[in-house]
Design a protein around this ligand. Structure first.
Ligand SMILES: NC(=O)c1ccc[n+]([C@@H]2O[C@H](COP(=O)([O-])OP(=O)(O)OC[C@H]3O[C@@H](n4cnc5c(N)ncnc54)[C@H](O)[C@@H]3O)[C@@H](O)[C@H]2O)c1
Length: 367
């Protein structure tokens, strides 16, 4: 089968990582690069190893000129809604960087746009593509009834740039990975959250760089997140340090090495699971398979919205000092999406949803 012809939109820092990943995957062929900054697009073509790759500032025009079959949206979060919508309207499936959109309301609008156009929109939640995480879930499955799952995340990076200036930097930019992995490991969705966030006196971030959140998940399971981005010394891995506690024992994962479990004194040895590939290379491979098979991949927008909702609910809780119910956040976002929607077909799709949680569950992954 000939490689899938992809157009990449956004050639900044993460865009370069994607260009290298696309170049290394024989199942895809880069046919063009779009960026508002044409110099960045040209530099991206050089980085991809072929300065003659067509570049431009308009997705629809370059997609038509190059015969693109799919779009990679690697722009900044505020551009995810307009760029992805433009691609879906052009009849092209989209693989987009996390988060799905800047707000839950915009993410719901994109889920409805995917329904209205019949095209796939998959969010690349890259830390899901990790065979150690998959193995950790296998260990957790063998614990019987699970009572609690926790992640400790402690790093001290000096990024410079926008992260050091943004509000809620830890919850918005990093915690979504852990929240999304918690949903994956527990195979359940969140019900409510209580969260506090703060900024230690020595923090080099303007927004809150530390947060502690307690989520209640379905079946009364608790997920506890304790994270900091200004915690020098004895740092955890980038995936964080995980512990799950169940009726039959405990499972552990340090985020960097193979996970383990202790079933009342006996080491667990769960069934092996197929490889999911590694980070963005894994999500790209999954996207290509889904485009070709018509299946629903992990990360399809309906399934991914709940991870962004966990971030939104945690921030709302931290700001208000109260426990926040996830369905209330979803229903408010749905009202906001309906009020803001300019496209009649997409508004009709949104209006047809009986409940947001129900609509999001209608498209469960098939692979
Ligand atoms: N998965 C991960 O671990 C990970 C890590 C870093 C960044 N990211 C995500 O990747 C995305 C990109 O981040 P980045 O660090 O590359 O940002 P960046 O600012 O370095 O690059 C973004 C690029 O997109 C271009 N752009 C912005 N709006 C556009 C539009 N409407 N049309 C065309 N081009 C547009 C900009 O000109 C810029 O070149 C973000 O969503 C970020 O959250 C993910």
């Amino acid at each position: 089968m000939s490689p899938l012809r992809v157009l990449q939109v956004g050639a900044g820092g993460m865009g370069r990582a994607w260009l290298a990943t696309v170049a290394a995957d024989p199942e895809v062929e880069l046919v063009g690069i779009v960026d508002l900054d044409l110099d960045a697009a040209r530099a991206g073509a050089e980085h991809a190893g072929d300065p003659s790759i067509p570049v431009g500032t308009d997705l629809t025009v370059l997609a038509a000129e190059t015969g693109a079959e799919a779009v990679l949206d690697i722009t900044v979060p505020v551009a995810h809604h307009p760029v992805t919508l433009q691609a879906l309207r052009a009849g092209l499936p989209v693989l987009g960087e996390k988060p799905a959109a800047q707000t839950v309301a915009e993410a719901l609008s994109l889920a409805a746009a995917a329904e209205a156009t019949g095209k796939l929109f998959m969010v690349s939640q890259s830390r899901r593509y990790n065979d150690q995480l998959v193995a950790f879930r296998q260990h957790v499955r063998d614990l019987g009834a699970v009572g609690g799952l926790s992640t400790r995340f402690a790093k001290a990076p000096h990024f410079g740039g926008f992260r050091e200036e943004m509000d809620d930097v830890l919850l918005l930019d990093m915690a979504i990975h852990a929240f999304d992995s918690a949903r994956y490991v527990l195979e359940r969705d969140p019900v409510s959250v209580y969260c506090e966030s703060w900024n230690p006196s020595w923090s080099w971030y303007r927004g809150d760089a530390a947060a502690a959140a307690v989520f209640t998940f379905e079946d009364d399971i608790r997920y506890v997140y304790d994270g900091s981005w200004c915690a020098p010394g004895a740092e955890t891995s980038w995936n964080g340090d995980w512990r799950a506690s169940g009726a039959a024992g405990t499972a552990l994962w340090d985020g960097d090495h193979d996970p383990s479990s202790d079933l009342d004194g006996t080491p667990g040895s769960p069934a092996a699971a197929p490889s999911v590939g590694h980070e963005i290379a894994g999500s790209l491979a999954s996207f290509v398979r889904a485009v070709r098979s018509g299946g629903t991949p992990d990360g399809e927008v309906h399934g991914n919205v709940m991870s962004l909702t966990m971030v939104d609910a945690a921030i709302t809780s931290a700001r208000s000092g109260r426990r926040v119910v996830i369905d209330e956040v979803l229903e408010q976002a749905h009202r906001d999406a309906l009020a803001a929607e300019q496209d009649e077909t997409i508004r009709d799709r949104l209006a047809a949803w009986d409940s947001v949680r129900g609509a999001l569950r209608e498209r469960l992954p098939t692979s």
